[in-house]
Design a protein around this ligand. Sequence first.
Ligand code: SAM
Length: 246
Amino acid sequence: MLNDSQNNVDFGYKSVKKTDKQKLVNNVFNSVAQKYDLMNDITSLGIHRRWKNDLIYWLAPQRTQNLADIAGGTGDIAHRFLNAGGNSAHIFDINKEMILEGKKRYGNIKNLDWTISCAEDIPVPDGKFERATMSFGLRNITDRKKALKEIFRILKPGGRFICLEFSHVENDILKKFYDLWSFKIMPLIGDKVTGNKEAYTYLVESIRKFPNQAELSQIFSEVGFSRVKCRNLSNGIVALHSGWKI
Ligand code: SAM
């Protein structure tokens, strides 16, 4: 018999049944999808664009490379990958509303595909992609190790994965401002812009519950990634984790 901690996972600061989390996450993104990109610009003061550019800069796409962007949402990473010289990009996301919003922006771009699917069960054969990314997706996923194993599986030998995710701020003074901004201001902006304060309370809480830089590096190694490296951006507000399938 499973005990409570095996049955339950975090949904922000709440502990919920594993079987319920995805539905709750889907509700969040259903309700914010139409304002998702605008909210990213407002709540990060536009800095999420620089973080995404930094991911692509480190990935350094080549004309021979095809990307799987997991939990790709409205397509920011896939679009940047193609602009930076990658061959093709395939977005996988569980949420139809997010994909519909993405298609409004990037729907007519060549070599860009979209599939509704869960990161824990990606509908492609082993070793299909040279590169994989996940940007601000991992903390929303119920079984993160399962998703990371799937990403490892779909990469070709020699393939590389980079994850961009909120992480843990290193400087105490910055942390105080950041906590104030995220716990007090962000939910209020979320309320005004999307009408859903709870969605942004969840997003902020889920960041605080997410493994820190060293813990996520360890998880990468456990699922099989080699040459695991981490780079902090904006003093650890977010971090890039890179791993190779060798
Ligand atoms: N990658 C985009 C970006 O950086 O702007 C979107 C990030 S958004 C914060 C998180 C995305 O994860 C949402 O589009 C959501 O639908 C997706 N997501 C949540 N759970 C998922 C799952 N189990 N499998 C695939 N996508 C998932």
